[in-house]
Structures are given as C-alpha cells and as structure tokens.
Design a protein around this ligand. Structure first.
Ligand code: GLC
Length: 796
C-alpha cells in the first residue's frame, strides 16, 4: 500500500496528484424520486439509477442533487427497471434482477454485486471525493487478478494495468510512444477481466479525465478536472456482454458501405487531377484492387474547406465520375478550420449566421491551422451542426460519398495545440467553456458530417473517417490512429491500439499502413500490408516528402506480395462483412484480442502481437525486420494452418516459420468461413461464394452468413440475406445443412462451393439430407470440394 490515496478518511483531506481531496463523508438521508435513489451525504450528494437491469448509473455532485443530464455520448433512455430496496442500520441495498448496489452509510462506500453475489466493484477507504479546484475523483479497489482493457486509443500494451491514462483529445505528430498518454480520441471507458469474468465502467465526463491504474497495487482511480462524477457500471459477466451493455449506452456502428472495407490509397497529397488519374491507372494496370483514393489538403483552394483548387483540379466532377466507373471512390479531407477571408462564402456564412466559436465577450476565436488564421464552427449548437452538414452538398453534388475529418481535436498550431480553453461554446443555450467541451468536438463534427452526408446521399450509406472522437464516435465514424511513423515499433503498437479501440466500442479502426511519417521500406510495407488485410480499416497513407509507399514503390518482388495480400482482403470480405454486421448489433468488434474469446486463459491477458478476426481465426503477423519465424500462441482447441493445412494443437505456443510472403493465419477446427473472390473493387459483382468447412468429430459447427446490398440502408427494412450453415460428422457422414433464415435480398453470386478441410477419407457428404455425388478430392491434399446446388439458397 502506498501512503498516497489510502489516507482518505471521511471529513479528512487526502493528498493525491498534488491536490487535496475531500471525501463526501457519511450518509445523512435519502429519498426515492422516479426510481432514482438520491442520497445526501455530509459533504456531497449521490444519485443511483438503473438504465437496464444490468446497467447502473452512479452520479456524485459535491454541492447539490446531481443532474441526470448526460453528455452527447449517451443515447440511451433509462428503461423501466424493477428495483427493490432495503435499509438496515448500516447499509442501503438497491437491486435489479442482475445487480445489487450496496451503500455503506458510515462512511459512504458503494459496492456493486451481480446476481451471483460476485463483487464487481467496490470503493476503497478513500471512496468518492472532490477538491477545491472542483476536481472529482473515485477510488476503487483493485483485485490482484484484475486486467484492464479499452480506454480507446492508447499506446503501449493490451492490458492497461500499471498505466495512467489521460483523456484529452490531442494532435500528437510525435512521438507516439508509451509515455504519450493522450492521443486524438477520448473514450473514458474500460473493461475489467477478473478470473474469466468481466464488468465495465464508463465515466461520462467530458472534461480532461485521468484513469490511474498505476499508482497503487490494490486500488485504482478515475478523476476529472470538473463536472460531476458520473459513471455507469456494466454487469457483464462475459467480455462480450460488457461490450453489448456499453454500446447500448453509447451506440453502435451502422453497417459501413462495402466499399469502405476495401483497400484504400492515400498520400499527403495527390496534388493534381492528373496525378490522381495516373494513380488510379497504375492500380488498374498492375491489377491491384482499389476502392478509394483520398484527397488530402492540396485539393482545396488555399486550404479552404468546401472548395476545389481550379487549377490543380479543373474538373472534379469528371474525375470523380471516371473513377467511380472504375469502381474507385474519392474521399476528400475536411478540417474544421475555416479560413478568415471575407470573400470566402463559408467564412461569410459563418460570421453572418453567428456560427463560429466565440469568447464570452462576443469576439470570434481565431486559431492558426493549414489555411492560416481560421475560425471554427461551434458544433455544440444543433443548427450549426446542421449548417455544417448541409455544406457537404458541395461534395455529394460531385458524386462523393465519403469524407475524411482531420484536425478535429480541434488541433491548432500553438503551444497548447488546441483552442483557447476560455472559448465559450453556446451548447444550445447552455453555455460551457472549451475546457469542458474540448473532448466532444470531434464527436460533434462526426455527427454533423455523417448526418449531413446521409441526408444528401439518397439512401446510400456515407463513409466517414475521423481522427478525433469521444465515446459514441462509432455511431458516425471510422477511426484511424493518426500520425504514426514508418517504424516497426509502430506496426507493433498498432495491434493493441486497434484491439483496445475495438474493446472500447469502436469496431472500425486501423492505422496508416506503411506508417505515415518517416520513410517506409519494402519489407515494412509488405509486413504492414499483411496486417492491413485483416485490420477493419485498410488504408495506406504517408506524409508529404516521405519516400513514396504505393504498393509498387519498392520493386516487383515486394509489389507481388503486397498485391497478393490486398487481393486476399477481397477474398475475406464476405466473412469480414458478416463480422461488421455482428458488430453493428452487438458492439463486439471485428478485430479481437484473444482475451475477448478466451478470458480464462492467462496466456491471452496481455497477448498483443496476434489477434483474431471473429471467433475462429487467429492472425499472427511478423512484426520485426528480417524475421521469418515467430512464436504463436494457440488457445484450447485444434487449429489448422490456413496456408498449409497443418494441424496444430491448442493450449500451446508454437514456433511458426513465415517467409516474407507468408502472413501466419490459423483457423479453429470447427469453423465455417465464407469467402469471396479476388476482384478489382467491391463494386465488381461477386460471382461465387466459397464456404470453407473445418468440421470436427463430436461437435456441431455453425456459422450464419450475412449479406445485403452493401450500399443503402434497405437492410433496416429487412432487405438482407441471412443463411446458416451447420455441419456435423455422424457415423462417417458429414452432414451439412444450409438454412436460409432471411431472403429479402438476393445475393449476387451464381455459384457456390463447399471446401471441406481435413475430412477422414471414406467419409460421405450429405447436403440438406442428400448424399453428394459430385465430390472432388484435390490431389495430394485433405481438401474436398463440393459444388453447391443453388436451390439450397432458396428459403424453404
Ligand atoms: C494531419 C493528419 C494526416 C494528414 C495531414 C495533412 O497530420 O493526421 O493524416 O495527411 O494532417 O492533412
């Protein structure tokens, strides 16, 4: 025990992080108002309310009964939960079906149990407190077996035990290293896994917050520079259940347009129309698939957003149409800074309509960004969000369906890296300083852009890429991890960063493939592209004046391997798309740390150099230069090497060889995986579905494949296709059942095959009860293929 936080006693002061905290003291009285339990303590007020029977909210205000307003992160309205209460001399108990909150009275200490009596969270003797600077804090006990995940976009390893992290959206060009505790995104949420069970905490406070899982061995704290202590506890008990609960509160990602899942090429900048056309042609000629090209800041007229430079891009509409015809989307960058220029229409509209961020005295705040002196839309005002969103008509009229939001922390070129904290946001008539609203700026820009685009796309799904965000950003945007560098260390770091983003409710993320700053190399780009094949978001991007890193930049040998892995992305797309659909309903990410699937297995707790796609596929990339082998951990079960069909036993570490051409991939026996074909872009029709079966004795394999038009929101009206495949081996017969569960959308493919891996010779195959004659065994292998009668894809 350290002599810092533990000295807090009721009414006494405690020294933490250089300030004195005052505890809220002991219980005085309580009342129950509309299912909210309000407790008055000696030095503060606490409210407890249930959002669902597995989600409870706790709010503390030192001065008055807490406000139950929420931040923009929260979209859930509390459900009508049955709650029972009980009071004894020393305690108050409030319980739903799934959670019990026990409030110790003297002093006030809150513990939360699940319906099996499992203690989820408890306050240590310091409890909840505040100080004269209006900071609020909460101390919780930390079990020796606690492991912490989530916290959004953080450097360092997967398990955040032993880390102290700050939530303050920051433009960090350099360095991204373990000492940087605040990057572009602030997701004040984490999940604890303890002995295989999980619970979660979301701290809904938009001020700068700090999560300290480091300063003590048996307690942790979360604190904020201002506002209320306001947090939600999620009951779990599995890590996936926690994600479902957290995403119920802050929302889930809508299914992205399919083209957003293809390969994307970017550069700061492709500077002219000519250059963009040549780039696209190169991809076509070299037979490298491509779904999007990005336009970085040079496309604009003097970096004025919502303009094109007429000399560099004389005919944007023609360019965009031609690329679209080739299956390639154009994604322009849009930053929030609006150039101060009285002759520029966006600036004029902003000033005339009183839409820019201002000081309380009424003068506009100006900051320096790419265009020089600039004003910033006050996106806390709903009408300004609407105006900004509508401005995107400029792009949609040209045929653009995707937008890239950058610099939206907001970043400003000054010492503090952001807006003056004294700026007063209007916040729809509830004014708040930038100090309080800073972390929300990216989220609000995301909402405004996404909704604005959606309104103009005639039913098509918009794609939004965003650098900054807050909890809930998944409702609008895909997150890329900002200005990384072409270092092997940054390739390594990208894995836990994206996995923790996934565990923070953001299923659609990825790093700049090849590294943004610094100079990439052929080998690094190759290995990084291999990882990109399986990161949810797959974009190669690099900084001005760095060595070129388009797929062909390092010679034919590298190009061939890079092509192969970009093509492989398209092969895996139907499977990935099904996982995106799953994420959109459950909050469970596409790219998963092993601990999400195997929370009981201690080998997974901090396993950060390999990951899973869904529940059955392990990807174990090479993350070091000149390295052609690595140790791979395979958890319980039997695993199959995707490339060689070699069978590997789980529960063990394996030494795996991987030449530069090989990305090690392992499939769990029992898995069913749907594949598509190599194609130039997702806009090309999918001709064939391949269903890979890895059947196993004594176990039923099952997989539900999902498809829709990949473009519109018609899936919300039931226009989708869902088909379950089930396989089991009974008495030397492999019985495969195809069960079309939903057929309001007709998939494009005209042909389907089963590829059956590792079946004993002599095993017969039945599909929907009929013995299959048309069975082909590939010579020298254990692979059997069966043509699927397309009739089976009609609903029975
Ligand atoms: C920022 C972005 C980077 C972009 C550059 C120029 O550094 O993070 O991706 O290329 O600005 O717009």
């Amino acid at each position: 025990m350290q002599d810092t936080s533990f000295a807090i006693h009721p009414g006494k002061k405690i020294h933490v992080n250089g300030t004195n905290y005052q505890s809220i003291g002991s219980f005085v009285s309580y009342n129950l108002e509309e299912k909210v339990l309000n407790i008055k303590a000696e030095n503060g007020h606490v409210s407890i309310s249930f959002y669902r029977d597995d989600i409870v909210r706790i709010t503390m205000n030192p001065k008055k009964t807490p406000s139950l307003k929420t931040s923009f992160a929260v979209i859930k309205i509390p459900e009508d939960v049955d709650v029972v209460g009980r009071e004894t001399n020393g305690e108050i108990h409030v319980s739903s079906n799934k959670l019990t909150v026990v409030i110790n009275k003297t002093p006030i200490r809150i513990s939360i149990f699940d319906n099996h009596g499992r203690l989820l969270v408890s306050e240590n003797e310091a409890g909840m407190g505040f100080n004269e600077k209006k900071e609020v804090i909460c101390f919780k006990e930390m079990d020796k077996d606690d492991h912490f995940y989530g916290f959004g976009e953080k450097t360092s390893f997967l398990d955040k035990r032993g880390e102290k992290m700050t939530m303050w959206n920051s433009d960090v060009y350099a360095p991204h290293n373990p000492e940087i505790d605040a990057l572009y995104q602030s997701i004040p949420y984490f999940m604890t896994i303890r002995n295989g069970d999980a619970h979660g905490i979301f701290f809904d406070n938009t001020f700068k917050t700090v999560f300290d899982m480091k300063s003590s061995n048996d307690s942790y704290s979360f604190s904020a520079e201002g506002g209320q202590l306001d947090y939600y506890v999620f009951a779990g008990p599995t890590p996936k259940a926690v994600l479902e609960q957290y995403s119920e509160i802050t929302g889930r990602m809508p299914i992205p347009p399919k083209w957003a899942l293809g390969y994307h090429q970017s550069r700061y900048s492709y500077e002219t129309e000519q250059e963009v056309r040549e780039l696209a042609n190169n991809f076509l000629e070299k037979n490298i698939p491509l779904d999007a090209i990005y336009l970085d800041i040079h496309y604009m007229d003097g970096y004025r957003v919502f303009t094109f430079d007429e000399e560099r891009f004389p005919n944007p509409a023609g360019l965009i149409q031609d690329l679209k015809d080739a299956g390639i989307h154009v994604v322009p960058i849009v930053d929030p800074g609006v150039k101060e220029d009285p002759e520029y229409y966006v600036y004029q509209e902003g000033v005339k309509g009183d839409r820019f961020c201002k000081y309380i005295e009424g003068n506009i705040y100006f900051g320096d960004v790419w265009p020089g002196k600039s004003a910033f839309p006050d996106l806390t005002i709903s009408n300004v969000r609407k105006w900004w969103g509508e401005k995107h008509k400029f792009y949609t009229d040209l045929g653009i369906e995707g937008i890239w939001n950058d610099m939206n922390e907001p970043a400003v070129f000054n010492e503090s890296k952001t807006m003056d904290l004294r700026v007063m946001h209007d916040n729809d008539g509830d004014p708040k300083t930038h100090r309080e609203m800073h972390n929300l700026y990216g989220l609000l820009m995301g909402e405004s852009t996404y909704e604005g685009m959606k309104a103009q796309l005639n039913g098509n799904r918009p794609f939004l890429l965003t650098r900054a965000g807050f909890a809930g950003v998944q409702r609008y945007g895909t997150v890329w991890t900002g200005d990384n560098r072409s270092f092997w260390e940054h390739l390594q770091m990208a894995l836990p960063m994206c996995m923790n983003l996934g565990l923070s409710g953001i299923p659609f993320s990825g790093p700049d493939v090849g590294g943004f700053a610094h100079d990439s190399t052929g080998q690094l780009l190759t290995r990084w592209t291999q990882v990109g094949t399986f990161t949810p978001y797959f974009r190669n991007h690099s900084v001005i004046e760095s060595i070129r890193q388009e797929p062909w930049s390092f010679g034919q040998d590298y190009e061939n391997i890079i092509r192969k892995y970009i093509q492989e992305r398209y092969v895996w797309l139907p499977y990935l798309y099904t996982l995106f659909k799953e994420a959109s309903v459950s909050g469970v990410p596409v790219m998963r740390p092993l601990v999400l699937e195997f929370p009981d297995d201690k080998n997974t707790f901090n396993l950060a150099d390999q990951f899973m796609i869904g529940s059955d596929v392990i990807v174990a990339p090479i993350l070091k230069p000149d390295t052609y082998h690595r140790v791979v951990y395979l958890p319980e079960g039997i695993w199959v090497n995707y490339w060689t069909e070699e069978i590997l036993e789980g529960g063990k570490h394996h030494l795996i060889h991987a030449d530069l051409e090989t990305l090690p991939i392992f499939i769990k026996k029992g898995a069913i995986i749907t594949h598509g074909t190599v194609k130039r872009s997702t806009e090309i029709k999918e001709s064939k579905i391949t269903v890979h079966l890895y059947p196993t004795e004594n176990e039923i394999s099952s997989f539900t494949h999902y498809e829709d038009d990949g473009k519109t929101f018609a899936y919300n009206n039931g226009q989708y296709f869902q088909c379950n495949f089930e396989a089991k081996i009974v008495d030397q017969i492999l019985e495969i059942d195809i069960n079309v569960e939903h057929d309001q959308f007709k998939p494009e493919w005209e042909k389907g095959i089963f590829v059956i891996h590792g079946l004993n010779s002599g095993t017969e195959i039945k599909v929907n009860g009929a013995l299959q004659g048309n069975v082909k065994k590939q010579s020298d292998s254990t692979i059997i293929t069966v043509l699927i009668d397309m009739e089976h894809f009609n609903k029975k």
